[in-house]
Design a protein. Structure first.
Length: 64
């Protein structure tokens, strides 16, 4: 099996299945972290969100 087939790009799955799997993977990862590691991840997420909000809507790729 090629790497393209293994990646899921060869036969894309429905979006709701992809999102569900991402949520489950993220939940398992976060639940397995100690408090210090979880704090680092959340601080990083907040920093990136503040940076995104500071750019303004004209520069935000998620909201064209």
């Amino acid at each position: 099996m090629s790497s393209e087939q293994e990646s899921g790009l060869f036969h894309p799955r429905p979006r709701e299945l992809v999102v569900r799997d991402l949520v489950h993977r993220a939940r398992r990862r976060l639940e397995g972290m100690d408090d210090a590691a979880l704090e680092d991840v959340l601080e990083d997420a907040l920093w990136h969100e503040r940076k995104r909000l500071g750019r303004g809507s004209a520069e935000d790729p998620e909201h064209p």
